[in-house]
Design a protein around this ligand. Structure first.
Ligand code: GLA
Length: 383
């Protein structure tokens, strides 16, 4: 899993014997705000230099021919026969299905794709796949959908084909990312503010647990349902529109019995996380990177104890990071149940941090964790 744009172009030419257009579609990091995008909260993602390259042409037929270099698998399907299929195919066909629902005159296309983003690593390889397909087809067929419309289309594709009821964060970051900036994304209004990432002297390091607990998809949907259940009670009792309208977690207490322990904890997490995210955003704007880092540790605690989306491998990495003086913040990133931790580490301490933490992790779980020093880049684009 380490194809460059040039590799993808060559693979495409070997398969389809013509010159393609090339696109890059990035994965994402998220600095703060986890599991609040589907709860009208704020999140702070950025597009990264780990992603997927796409080589694409229209093919003058009514067929989708698509080749995944990493899986060494192809599909060749008439546009009139788009249906759910397993694995990566679902993401490609899910996008096609959404274009078709909009009654846009979609044409047959040839595509090969591959890249350097680990699948199931919590960097949203799925949004990168959706974004690459939707952006390239939008360009080649001249549909003129905006980036925001494409992000929303990608989210609908994920709901309708793979069936993960995700929020908007991943698809939005994939489309709207800007070099050296993170997006303070307001998930209620679906608008954002670009925040310059002033972390001179520090690096963003992801550590991949290399585990991806199979419950991740169903647990994710379960969390979402629990939040909806809690919100229905709060809406009725407090006459509010969303979790964001609650300014003090104590306001939830009178409804604890009716909610039950689980739903109460989920709501508590969401209210606290939205408040924490707003505070952390202010710290970042003020360039208070130390204060910002501290809030990452608190967020991990909430994700672990209150929202219960962590796992022993992620906890181990966050605890080990906390012991290292050069790490100013660490937490799980993305949906949880495996994938990556995100760490902000002093530049000069990165190598010794990695040596220590990777060997301790190997000793504990007998797994060789991977690490990625990521840069924040522009959203999906033509190369
Ligand atoms: C996944 C989803 C996002 C978001 C995160 C958790 O990445 O796709 O919408 O909910 O989990 O913050």
């Amino acid at each position: 899993m380490n194809e460059s744009a040039a590799d993808v172009r060559v693979a495409f030419i070997e398969k389809f014997n013509e010159e393609p257009k090339l696109f890059y579609s990035p994965g994402r990091i998220n600095l703060i705000g986890e599991h609040v995008d589907y709860n009208d909260g704020f999140v702070m993602p950025g597009a990264i230099d780990k992603g997927i390259f796409f080589a694409v042409t229209l093919n003058d037929s009514e067929k989708i021919n698509c080749y995944s270099i990493d899986f060494d698998e192809s599909i060749s399907i008439p546009l009139s026969d788009v249906k759910k299929m397993g694995g990566w195919k679902n993401y490609v066909l899910g996008i096609v299905n959404e274009f078709q629902k909009l009654k846009l005159p979609l044409k047959g296309f040839n595509c090969a794709f591959g890249g350097n983003i680990p699948i199931g690593g919590g960097m949203s390889s799925s949004a990168a796949l959706e974004g690459g397909i939707s952006y390239s087809l939008n360009e080649l067929c001249n549909f003129q959908l905006s980036r925001k419309e494409l992000a929303l289309l990608g989210q609908r594709a994920e709901h309708n084909f793979p069936g993960v009821m995700c929020g908007i964060m991943d698809q939005y970051a994939n489309m709207m990312g800007k070099e050296n900036k993170v997006l303070l994304l307001d998930c209620r209004n679906i608008t954002h503010e670009d925040i310059p990432l002033h972390i001179e002297g520090y690096e963003i390091v992801l550590i991949n647990t290399k585990v991806h607990h199979s419950l991740a998809g169903s647990e994710y949907n379960q969390r979402r349902k629990e939040c909806e259940k809690g919100m229905a009670i709060l809406r009725r009792e407090l006459n509010i529109q969303s979790f964001r309208d609650i300014k003090d977690p104590a306001e939830l207490l009178p409804f604890k019995d009716e909610m039950g322990d689980k739903v109460y904890k989920r709501c508590l997490f969401v209210v606290e996380e939205i408040l924490r995210t707003q505070k952390a955003a202010t710290l970042l704007k003020e360039n208070n990177i130390i204060g910002f880092g501290e809030s990452m540790f608190q967020k991990h605690k909430g994700l672990k104890e209150v929202y219960e989306v962590s796992c022993k491998e992620l906890d181990f990495l966050v605890d080990a990071a906390k012991e290292n003086k050069d790490v100013i913040g660490a937490r799980l990133m993305g949906g949880g149940f495996g994938g990556c931790t995100i760490n902000i580490v002093k530049h000069e301490g990165v190598e010794s941090f990695l040596v220590k933490i990777l060997s301790a992790y190997k000793k504990e779980f007998n797994i060789n964790a991977e690490n990625y020093k990521v840069k924040v880049v522009n959203g999906t684009h033509l190369i």
